[in-house]
Design a protein around this ligand. Structure first.
Ligand SMILES: [Zn+2]
Length: 142
């Protein structure tokens, strides 16, 4: 789709990147470890998980309801709001979508890396502007 957001202006804002701490603040995420592990083992495992999550969500900006491209309500707090107001729509690629008002891209379906630590969840995270490149009009390539 043709987008209306200003990518250059968004890149110039130097927005923060998402990380584990941002998910804790936004979603109240909490890591716990059950079993017979020693406190040192637990601390090490949690540090590894946090590092894996930091890496996994780094391509996105911290969770927020408003679209960074146009300010529209991208996601709803509940099902009703999501249906009536939210502008996030899924695209053709699995789990990927965009703001239907301005076209800013986001991912809703996140999966832990295969064979590695991470989080699998369905929540909309918008891509960090630095992850995107302005697509040149086809005519410019000729
Ligand atoms: Zn938008």
């Amino acid at each position: 789709m043709k987008h209306t957001f200003d990518l250059a202006a968004l890149k110039a804002k130097s927005l923060p990147r998402c990380n584990f701490a941002a998910l804790v603040i936004a979603w109240g995420l909490k890591l716990t470890l059950q079993g017979e592990a020693s406190p040192e083992e637990v601390e090490k495992a949690i540090a590894e998980m946090k590092a894996a999550i930091d890496k996994q969500v780094a391509p996105f900006v911290p969770p927020q309801k408003e679209c960074i491209g146009c300010g529209a309500t991208l996601t709803g707090d509940d099902v009703v709001e999501a249906f009536l107001r939210a502008t996030f729509v899924y695209g053709l690629a699995h789990g990927e979508g965009h703001c239907r008002a301005c076209g800013y891209p986001a991912r809703a379906n996140h999966y832990a890396p295969e064979g590695g630590a991470g989080l699998s969840f369905v929540r909309v995270l918008q891509y960090h502007p630095d992850e995107l490149e302005e697509r040149k009009p086809a005519a410019a390539a000729l």
